[in-house]
Design a protein around this ligand. Sequence first.
Ligand code: 0X9
Ligand code: ZN
Length: 412
Amino acid sequence: MLRLILLSLWVTVSLAMKSYEGYKVLRIDVSDAGDVAILQELQDVAELDFWDFPRDLMVPPTLLEFVEHYLTSNDILYYVWMDDVQAKIDGVITSNKPRTDVDGFDYYVYHNYSEIMDWIDSIVATYPDLATSFSIGLSHEGRDLKTLKIGLETGKLKRAIWFNGAIHAREWVSPATVMWMTNAFLSNVTEGTNPDVTFVMEFFDMYILPVMNPDGYEYSWTDERLWRKTRTLHPGDECYGTDLNRNFDYEWGGLGASNDSCDNTYRGPEALSEVETQAVVNFIRQQSQEQPFRLFIDYHSYTQVMLSSWGYTYDLPVDFDLMEAHMKVQTAAITSVFGANYTYGAASSTLYPSAGGSKDWGYGDRGIPYSYTLELRDMGEYGFLLPEDQIYPTAYENYVGLVAGLIHISHQ
Ligand code: 0X9
Ligand code: ZN
């Protein structure tokens, strides 16, 4: 009987979800800047979704003929990388096992928003001397932006660091990684066996927001697995959703940020139009009056790359040498664990330019010297649909990288 109920629940849930049956991801062979300009045009076609611009493009069945013709007539080579996106989605959540184990939290499955909020409460209950939680505001639909502070009390002024996950809803491995790393810091410092971890927990207070875009994240669980943006509909706009990583008030509205609400990189009607960006900005501005922030990492997926400022311009920041040395240490440490290759560089030239992003705000507005976007696994084999068995390696390697990076900047 229980099986039957579960099955009918599953059917109801899957019926409500958008189906990506027949959607394909094309991998495009981009040879020069001319190709990029041609591909740029496709960004303006609603329903086309660059998973990773300009290389990986998701195409619905209705637009396949158009896109193939467009690419071929422009002499751009491509091949079908994922044949049926829905089949990949179905493959990720393979098991019917409960999302929370009886004897504790299961870090090796993806969790929805409410499970993550319960996890925050249980972390605080388990480590009352090391962890506190508070809400820095409410999302547009009224969900708490619940944030953790972890660290060892020393009685001295401590430097602060910030990291968050799920600014982009569909990048599920980012909150999973953030949670795993948080737990690793707390359990390692409690065991007291790793002097590096003890040192960083004494040196830094860590402010952690696992889900920065709760409405979008929840929507990616209930309605559209590949949703990216928030869930706001601003007056006069045709489509839902603002890209929070184009909405910060530093050089807002420039390169790589769309003014069309139907685009995945929609910057919003004005800087900080979204309550989620407002909350993060207000919190860090206020907290930085108490203690200096030294590091800011916005965890994303995918492509395995650590990106510094600037995003809004091709110019390099004056502190680029410092950033580069730090990124080199952190990515080398990440790679040392399982050999996964992570590259690094300034965002605009390494990836593509985009204005109004979080790391440009961290560095440009707040003067946080080490301010980054970190794109987690993988290199595109599964993209946003990373199987749950890769949560552990992703989180573990990034924990080792983060600790090594923190040791490095504590000497600066
Ligand atoms: O486009 C983004 O916001 C990030 N990539 S993602 O696939 N996770 O959406 C990259 C942001 C990097 N920063 C800049 N290019 N400025
Ligand atoms: Zn992202």
